[in-house]
Design a protein around this ligand. Structure first.
Ligand SMILES: NC(=O)c1ccc[n+]([C@@H]2O[C@H](COP(=O)([O-])OP(=O)(O)OC[C@H]3O[C@@H](n4cnc5c(N)ncnc54)[C@H](OP(=O)(O)O)[C@@H]3O)[C@@H](O)[C@H]2O)c1
Length: 297
């Protein structure tokens, strides 16, 4: 079984990768910014190739390398950032939108022809995409790809940098959910055998997601919140969410899901309704087409 994965070097993805390499006959190829400095638990057990999702050129090089050889049985697009520093990608796009959405969208487009029959594509999304979830992260206001790529063109841009960054994050996660749904729609005739899932791992403190936060906030997310956070049905741990991600990629019970949103509830995944905006087929079609323009397809 050939599995290709992003975001395997830390947090939820590392937990998933550790399970996958321990499973039967899985060959795991991970895209990593520093393939020569993998976490020890993956050393010698995975093939690591250079991938910086903040560069579309790097995404294309990685896609060409993993396209070689056997078809891909599972494509796990898990990497993500919550950038709150107004940083830009190598291509000049807002960084969270570029890494979380555009880079993964391009990987989907480039690797779709290389998927095995009955293969799976999983995009890690987030409950923050849904205003009804009231996660504390400002929810998306729109899903206009050009305004998200170049936020300075957005007349409604948030004034506070942290709020801007958080909203860019939740919006990129809406883009992940919409991409999964639109991919299922567009491949209904050509790849009806593919399983396509958007995964919400739940609120999972203890990972590196808040690393860009100024002051001690990032450290609080990483080290204090895992000890203090109140258990609700939307809270998870990196170990548990990693287990669920690995299961979505391999368990026969999850085969055949098409564009579904699988969200953590009480430490398991359920087939949950995404936000109202995520259901908007016209907007999803537009996002798909405009994203193609931005990544040069
Ligand atoms: N933690 C939560 O509460 C939560 C909730 C909902 C959804 N999620 C989603 O879960 C996924 C995993 O996040 P996490 O919480 O486990 O965070 P994490 O510990 O920070 O892991 C993020 C992963 O993405 C990789 N990555 C970041 N930028 C990259 C780039 N430019 N190129 C290549 N790889 C890059 C990181 O690689 P490096 O090792 O090189 O940094 C790391 O492997 C994300 O998609 C996130 O949005 C998390």
């Amino acid at each position: 079984m050939k599995i290709v994965m992003t975001g395997a070097t830390g947090g939820i993805g590392l937990e998933a990768a550790q399970r996958l390499v321990g499973g039967p006959a899985a060959r795991l190829i991970v895209g990593a910014r520093r393939p020569d400095r993998l976490p020890g638990s993956l050393n010698g057990k995975v093939k690591a190739l250079p991938l910086d999702l903040a560069s579309l050129a790097s995404v294309r090089t990685f896609a060409a390398a993993v396209a070689e050889g056997d078809p891909i049985d599972a494509l796990i697009l898990n990497a993500g950032i919550q950038n709150v520093t107004d940083a830009k990608s190598a291509d000049g796009f807002e960084l969270s939108f570029a890494v979380n959405h555009l880079a993964h969208y391009l990987l989907v487009r480039l690797l779709l022809p290389r998927m095995a029959r009955g293969g799976r594509i999983i995009l890690t999304a987030s409950g923050t995409h849904d205003p009804a979830e009231k996660t504390g992260i400002p929810p998306p206001r729109h899903i206009d790809a050009a305004r998200l790529a170049w936020p300075r063109q957005d007349p409604d841009l948030d004034r506070r940098r942290i709020v801007r960054g958080q909203r860019a994050y939740s919006t990129s996660k809406l883009a992940n959910v919409m991409t999964a749904r639109e991919l299922a729609h567009r491949t209904a005739d050509t790849h009806p055998d593919l399983t396509i899932i958007a995964f919400d791992p739940g609120f999972t403190p203890g990972t590196g997601l808040a690393r860009d936060y100024p002051g001690p906030s990032g450290l609080i997310f990483r080290f204090l919140l895992p000890l203090l956070v109140k258990r609700t049905d939307r809270v998870s741990t990196p170990e548990n969410s990693g287990r669920l991600l690995a299961e979505l990629a391999t368990d026969p019970g999850h085969a055949g899901l098409r564009g579904r949103y699988m969200a953590v509830r009480r430490e398991e995944v359920v087939d949950a309704p995404p936000s109202a905006a995520a259901h908007d087929a016209e907007l999803a079609e537009k996002l798909w087409d405009n994203s193609a323009g931005l990544v040069g397809l």
